[in-house]
Design a protein around this ligand. Structure first.
Ligand code: PMP
Length: 442
């Protein structure tokens, strides 16, 4: 295995990492909630996966039902083109998603990754506006601190500073940004419709809503949609904001004839303690993006759902079609395992809420550390925010020595554990995070 890491070095790009950056750990095997890892020095670790492989592997690794779904589909056919052809796995999955979706979302586009789903959602909104007599409505309103993916359309609606827009002049479109919504108070792993005075939220809900009303009203004739990660901004800072802000955006969008796009790629399928994060606010989007946990982390797949009104407008427009169609659209293996994953979701109906309570209790001691600025938990998302940047290699190693795999970023040490984790495992993850932070940062 040591040889593997050496062969990787300088050959493979890793996410947001230099070719000569810190050595990765090699995965020897993965099963249930555990990963077997080896370091470049040859140390072996049998650890709990506190990341669900970037929030995807909600059922853990090598789940029998998911393994079986892939095997069965491999024995039928692994891939066929989706142009002019269809198949049972795609149809079944689309039916499942429409049944599960928040609000009356009726049409499904199967994309190959979260970023591509966001591209499709943006195009859907622009095509809808053009089809309904608003061809000038081509821009987007997004939130500061948001993250929607790494392709150029998605990048344009990411936070312009974090997303390093300045590096790609002419490539990344110029969009409109609302300030980051104020931080919400979280209690026992659930969200309150009030702000958290302990963080730098800066503004109150009413002030933020007034700013949203002003910005959208000023630009409405050129805006196709508002795009948000509902209630929890993930990769942009694990920031929880009040459902009231989302309700206000729904109302503002409605008022101006603008689409509301909910990017639930990170939050969908129960991660925040509700089936979808929009459920915290009781609102439905016009367009919904899901991905990540869609296949239980087995294969890359995302989906974009839209209302009948959007579908009708595009179908009756001169182009008639949604202008997108990737090679691996509706990949049968991915669809089959996604349906198997979705079928397991009712089993976690209350479990994520309980995980939230368990995480909140077990992470509470971290609030007493000098290096910790804030601790917050929303459903299956536990966040320890430091007062400065995390020493990522050192904290990662300190957590591994405590039996847990984490991947901190910026000033954040966090967990999004698999939903199959038991109480003891949740406690072990929280204890390891607190211990690792205390050891490295004090
Ligand atoms: N939107 C959100 C909210 C995400 O968290 C991510 C991935 N972290 C994406 C979009 C992009 O998804 P992908 O990495 O599958 O392209």
């Amino acid at each position: 295995m040591k040889g593997l890491i050496e062969r990787d070095r300088g050959l493979l790009w890793h996410p947001y990492a230099a070719l000569d950056g810190p050595a990765p750990y090699a995965v020897r095997s993965a099963s249930g909630t555990r990963l077997q890892l080896e370091s470049v020095e040859g140390s072996r670790f049998d650890v709990l996966d506190a990341m669900s492989s970037w929030w995807c592997a909600i059922h853990g690794y090598r789940h029998p039902a998911l393994d079986a779904a892939v095997h069965e589909q491999v024995d039928r056919f692994s891939h066929v083109m989706f142009g002019g052809l269809t198949h049972e796995p795609a149809i079944c999955l689309a039916e499942d998603l429409v049944a599960l979706a928040p609000g009356p979302l009726q049409h499904v586009f199967l994309a190959d990754s979260g970023s591509v789903a966001v591209e499709v959602a943006l195009k859907l909104a622009v095509q809808f506006q053009a089809a309904t007599g608003h061809p000038r409505r081509r821009r987007f309103v997004a939130l500061r601190g948001g993250y929607h993916g790494d392709t150029t359309g998605a990048m344009s609606v990411c936070d312009p500073v974090d997303g390093m827009h300045a590096l790609f002049p002419g490539l990344v479109a110029d969009q409109l940004f609302l300030p980051r919504p104020p931080a919400a108070r979280t209690i026992d792993g659930d969200i309150a419709d009030s702000t958290n005075s302990g963080t730098d939220s800066g503004t109150d809900i009413d002030g933020w809503v007034a700013e949203a009303e002003r910005l959208v009203a000023a630009h409405a004739p050129t805006v196709a949609a508002i795009i948000v990660e509902p209630v929890l901004q993930g990769a942009g800072g694990m920031h929880v904001y009040p459902p009231g802000c989302l309700r206000a955006l729904r109302r503002i969008a409605e008022h101006h004839g603008i689409m509301l796009i909910a990017d639930e790629i990170a939050t969908g399928f129960g991660r925040t303690g509700r089936p979808f994060a929009v459920d915290h606010a009781g609102v439905a989007p016009d367009i919904l993006c899901v991905g990540k946990a869609l296949t239980g982390g087995y294969l890359t797949l995302a989906a974009v759902l839209c209302t009948a009104a959007v579908g009708r407008a595009i179908t009756t427009s001169p182009h008639r079609a949604l202008l997108h169609g990737p090679t691996f659209m509706g990949n049968p293996l991915a669809c089959a395992v996604a349906s198997a994953s979705v079928a397991l979701l009712p089993g976690y109906a209350d479990r994520v809420t309980v995980i939230g309570r368990e995480l909140a209790a077990a992470l509470a001691p971290a609030t007493g550390l000098a290096s910790v600025r804030d601790v917050r938990v929303l459903g299956g998302v536990g966040v320890v925010q430091l007062t400065g940047p995390v020493d990522v290699p050192a904290v990662t190693r300190a957590a591994l020595d405590r039996g847990v795999w984490i991947r901190p970023f910026r000033d954040l040490v966090y967990t999004m554990p698999p939903f199959v984790c038991g109480t003891d495992e949740i406690t072990a993850i929280a204890t390891a995070i607190t211990g690792a932070v205390a050891q490295v940062h004090g």
